[in-house]
Design a protein around this ligand. Structure first.
Ligand code: ADP
Ligand code: MG
Length: 240
């Protein structure tokens, strides 16, 4: 589904990603972990072209999205992204947050969009919040709305950049549970996270980045019990 080939990214003279190659198969869940500043967000953002790689190629479903002629809008429609800080539309109700893009961008009727939105709110456990405004929600509720809003566009891939890092500890589980449910439906997912237990339990593979390099790319059973690199060992000692 996603093929990353020799991707490097620099900001001016600052080399942030060095020659990254990996693949994410359809229905796979990959956790991207590593220290702060190691390039996790940049790598994730390259997958939906919020950043353009300086070198290398990214293929999505067999299409080269790094080709300058690629249709960025149609690629982005296939890929949902959830951020640490929710990014909900503050002046819209929860329901309108979910229906806005499907109606505007996809041209779906308002009725159909609302029916779908209600189904998604039920799925994230927020049926009773359709008429609420984001400012009235807890962090965990906001993040569940953000996930439902992404799903309303019917993406084939979901990207998560530290979706629980801004949450109070008691709200982390409700968001991780929604993500776990999504993984169970067979969604292809790439998740930047510091939640090691979640990564171990839900991910098919762990990509460990350090200093912009993909230092390890292994199943959790291997990564957590027998990391190959000194850097990953040191990182895990601090995290676990
Ligand atoms: P992580 O998500 O692992 O913390 P990032 O991908 O956000 O790391 O950042 C990796 C490095 O790239 C950092 O040194 C950061 O300062 C730098 N960086 C990220 N985005 C930009 C940008 N838009 N312009 C310049 N430098 C950036
Ligand atoms: Mg980051």
């Amino acid at each position: 589904m996603i093929k990353i080939e020799n991707v490097s990214k620099s900001f001016g003279s600052h080399d942030v990603l060095h020659d990254i190659s990996t693949e994410i198969g359809k229905g796979d869940v990959v956790a991207i972990i590593g220290p702060s500043g190691s390039g996790k967000s940049t790598l994730l953002r390259c997958i939906n072209l919020l950043e353009v790689p300086t070198k290398g190629k990214i293929m999505i479903d067999g299409r080269d999205i790094t080709d300058p002629k690629a249709d960025v809008m149609s690629i982005r429609q296939k890929i949902g992204m959830v951020f640490q800080h929710f990014h909900l539309f503050p002046h819209m109700s929860v329901l309108d947050n979910l229906t806005y893009a499907p109606v505007k961008v996809k041209g779906i009727s308002k009725e159909a969009a609302e029916a779908k939105a209600k189904e998604l709110l039920a799925r994230v456990g927020l049926s009773d919040k359709a008429a609420s405004f984001p400012s009235k929600l807890s962090g965990g509720q906001k993040q569940r709305v953000a996930i439902a809003r992404s799903l309303a566009m019917e993406p084939e891939i979901m990207l998560f950049d530290e979706p629980t890092s801004a949450l109070d500890p008691e709200m982390v589980k409700e968001v991780l549970d929604v993500m776990k449910g999504l993984a169970d439906t067979g969604m292809t997912m790439a998740i930047v996270t510091h939640e090691m237990n979640f990564a171990r339990e839900v991910a098919d593979r762990i990509c460990f980045l350090d200093g912009g390099r993909l230092v390890e790319d292994a199943p959790p059973s291997q990564f957590f019990t027998n990391p190959q690199s000194q850097r990953a060992k040191q990182f895990l000692e601090k995290m676990l």
